[in-house]
Design a protein around this ligand. Structure first.
Ligand code: AMP
Length: 115
């Protein structure tokens, strides 16, 4: 845990969040400023700053994140129409919280390419 990291503090329960799913590796919460009817953030409990810090040792973690995302999408009823999972690395891509997270977006049409 990093004391100054917003998402570490959410994982620790120091800052409230709307939890969608939680297990030993992953936390899924609703985004505070949703960009779609379903906007869930999936993050490792452990502090990983960004995509750029992932290694092969994170294979189990990543498998779990994507399995949880697929489950949540099913539960949210967005599987049939379609959804998007996206992660931003760095400022040019729009990363604003330096704790790895994947956005699960659905419930409306999503333009491609993204802006
Ligand atoms: P990114 O810009 O890709 O780093 O995504 C960070 C996301 O975290 C944004 O979509 C924010 O709306 C969201 N966010 C920021 N603070 C909170 C919070 N306290 N609870 C839930 N989501 C948050």
């Amino acid at each position: 845990m990093t004391d100054t990291c917003l998402f570490c503090r959410i994982v620790a329960g120091e800052i409230p969040s709307t939890k969608v799913r939680e297990d030993d590796l992953v936390l899924a919460i609703r985004d505070i400023a949703p960009q779609a009817p379903t906007h869930v953030l999936l993050m490792p409990r452990r502090h990983v700053a960004s995509l750029a810090d992932l290694t092969e040792d994170d294979a189990v973690l990543l498998g779990r994140i994507f399995a949880v995302a697929a489950d949540v999408a099913r539960e949210e009823g967005i599987e049939a129409d379609g959804y998007r999972i996206v992660a931003n690395h760095g400022r040019a891509a729009g990363q604003s919280v330096d704790h790895l997270h994947f956005h699960l977006l659905g419930g409306r049409g999503l333009a491609w390419p993204p802006g």
